[in-house]
Design a protein around this ligand. Structure first.
Ligand code: H2U
Ligand code: ZN
Length: 340
């Protein structure tokens, strides 16, 4: 039997070299009966303007400020920011078991469009291109002060998103957050040992094996990673070495807007629902060290498992021991490819 055939039929673990973690894969379990929660899917079409929405142009936000009548995108400081720029704390006493450290940062909200009814999947390619430009502007501006800028979007009530108006968030931090430390360390170690870039070498293997590829254009490629934890988890990567989003040229920004739209439309078709997810960008942090080992990429983490309403819960064994999935990444990729 080939490796692919063995992995398709048998329980196994897969290694995520980007984080140094394992995931348990149990393909035989997809046959088990399901008596879990059925939720109501939300397929109601929204109006282009909602007077109650705190992100629509001209409306008042919860903090009292009035949004301008913006024409395309709009960025504002989060009125309920989790991180604040000027932390009064200078130092916190050191104790090896009760450690705490000062955290500073800035949280911003980015409205993708003035149109309340749209999602990024529904926006035009030029409108998505504009969002990419704002991501890069924000990254450059915030990187002058903070080593890490997390660009992300929580979409859908299921992901805890408070408002359907198309928007994402940008959190800048005075430190490297946990996931970034993991990815940084793994990529640096690989670079030192192999003198090549982990995600570039990985992508080459994916291109050879083909089983987990979704779509590609001139500069970008989408895949279900070999080590995906969420049932329909995907990654979006540039084909050439790009460490951070501010290194993209105009052609790469154009094709990124195109592939983002194609990717999100694919997701919407999977369960005939405006697909919920958390998506976000990882690229080289901006502090003084060398970051040649970094390869820019986006992660998409959708919660849905088998319908518009049935989501995967990371509970039980996953909370206490390690992540586990039933449907294999290859099966997920095959299903998703058919929707392109
Ligand atoms: P979600 O994308 O996860 O729903 O978050 C929206 C953010 O918008 C949330 O962090 C902020 C919330 O603090 N917000 C404002 O800054 N002003 C408001 O008037 C309401 C929501
Ligand atoms: Zn709105």
């Amino acid at each position: 039997m080939t490796k692919a055939e063995l992995l398709k039929e048998n329980v196994h673990r897969r290694y995520n070299p980007l984080k140094g973690e394992w995931v348990l894969v149990s393909p035989h379990r997809t046959k088990r009966p399901w008596q879990g929660k059925h939720e109501n899917s939300q397929l109601t079409k929204r109006p282009a303007y909602d007077p109650e929405c705190y992100l629509c142009p001209g409306n008042q936000r919860a903090g009292g400020q009035i949004n301008p009548k913006y024409a395309d995108t709009y960025v504002f400081n989060n009125d309920f920011a989790a991180l604040l720029p000027d932390n009064e704390l200078a130092q916190i006493g050191k104790d090896s078991l009760l450690q705490a450290e000062v955290a500073e940062g800035t949280c911003r909200v980015l409205c993708y469009s003035p149109d309340h009814s749209q999602t990024m999947a529904e926006m035009s390619v030029p409108a998505i291109r504009k969002v990419i430009e704002v991501w890069i502007q924000q990254l450059i501006e915030l990187n002058t002060k903070y080593p890490w800028v997390q660009i992300f979007e929580n979409k859908g009530e299921m992901m805890g998103c408070s408002n359907p108006h198309p928007h994402g968030q940008i959190w800048a931090t005075s430190y490297l957050p946990n996931e970034i430390v993991l990815e940084n360390d793994c990529q640096a170690k690989y670079f030192n040992e192999n003198h090549s870039i982990l995600l570039k070498d990985y992508l080459e293997k994916e291109i050879n094996e083909k089983d987990r590829l979704l779509f590609e254009n001139e500069h970008w490629i989408t895949i279900v990673p070999f080590w995906a934890v969420w049932p329909y988890e995907t990654m979006l990567l540039p084909k050439k070495h790009i460490a951070r989003m501010d290194q993209l040229n105009n052609g790469e920004k154009d094709t990124l807007a195109e592939i983002l739209k194609i990717h999100l439309q694919m997701y919407d078709r999977l369960f005939d629902v405006s697909f919920p997810y958390t998506m976000g960008w990882h690229g080289a942090p901006a502090d003084s060290k060398e970051y040649n080992h970094w390869q820019l990429h986006a992660h998409f983490y959708p919660p849905l498992l088998r319908s518009a309403t049935i989501k995967k819960f990371m509970v039980g064994f996953e909370m206490l021991a390690e992540a586990q999935r039933d449907i294999t990444p290859e099966q997920a990729a095959q299903l998703l490819r058919e929707l392109l």
